[in-house]
Write a protein of this length. Structure first.
Length: 292
């Protein structure tokens, strides 16, 4: 069993990006600039955004954090998005989700200029990704594809089961894993209503678990030699920790790991790659790689 170290891989990629940024700026090019909009004080969102700012520093990017209280109106947030769309110095920006209940998330996503949508959530980027055109790919699926490639894991012709059908992970992951230039796999998507979920998992060469249910995948669902990618991060109360909780994945790691050829840990697996992919998208936005 080999551990897929997302933390080390992300560190290496950020160093590669920093070198490229140095070369761009040495030739008189523009420093890539990522802006993040944070609404309210959600603990998970605070941590993510803090890590994104640190990643920008590591990559040599300029970063801007715009904060609002959670009583901001939808109109005010749309005005902020419009301002960032028009700011020529900002190459890409994200509005950290989830947003407060009174704000229509989809409306905000669609208001973002797709050429600056480094989260890859805009329908234009989602549509382009689905048909294999160059675009910003949402960060978690892009991070997983990058890990599989960097570890030389064979995906072509393999049976891949994806647990979960969210717009952020499950659906784009399925699209990428079936496309020739990325996964080239035979893909099955399972979710909470799937009747044959265990049987599908037992037949899979690769399982990507993004179902949001702690320790959902158990040893009896995994065949020997399978590759397991665990996207889940649920805070589970733990009195022995200073924080009062521990991060738990969708896979029961201790019992599943011995059966695998490769497995990602939680934390330190997919998480760091998500932020690293956002950096890759920001660099591509700065270079006008996909959209002029």
């Amino acid at each position: 069993m080999q551990l897929i170290d997302g933390k080390a891989t992300a560190t290496a990629i950020k160093a590669e990006i920093a070198e490229e940024v140095k070369a761009i700026m040495a030739k008189g090019g523009k420093q890539p600039h990522l802006a993040a909009v944070l609404v309210g004080h959600d603990g998970g969102s605070e941590t993510y955004v803090k890590n994104k700012v640190l990643a920008c520093e590591a990559c040599g990017f300029k970063s801007t954090l715009i904060r609002y209280e959670d009583d901001i109106t939808e109109e005010e947030l749309l005005a902020c998005v419009d301002k960032l769309n028009k700011d020529d110095d900002v190459d890409g920006f994200i509005v950290q989700l989830p947003l407060p209940k009174h704000i229509d998330e989809q409306k905000i996503i669609e208001a973002i200029d797709y050429r600056k949508d480094v989260d890859g959530f805009h329908p234009i980027n989602v549509g382009r990704m689905a048909i294999g055109l160059p675009c910003f790919i949402s960060a978690t699926p892009l991070g997983i594809i990058t890990l599989l490639k960097r570890y030389g894991i064979e995906t072509s012709g393999k049976k891949c089961v994806i647990l979960g059908r969210s717009n952020i992970v499950g659906k784009p992951m399925a699209q990428l894993m079936m496309q020739k230039q990325y996964g080239d796999s035979t893909v099955t998507v399972c979710h909470s209503r799937s009747k044959t979920l265990k049987e599908e998992c037992r037949a899979a060469d690769i399982i990507i678990a993004a179902i949001g249910s702690p320790e959902f995948v158990t040893a009896d669902m995994v065949k020997d030699g399978a590759v397991i990618v665990d996207v889940g991060t649920t805070r589970v109360p733990d009195a022995t920790r200073k924080s009062g909780f521990r991060l738990t994945g969708d896979v029961k790691f201790d019992e599943v790991a011995p059966k695998c050829s490769f497995i990602t840990p939680v934390p330190g697996g997919v998480g760091p790659m998500t932020i690293c992919s956002l950096m890759k998208n920001t660099l591509a936005a700065g270079k006008k790689e996909y959209y002029k």
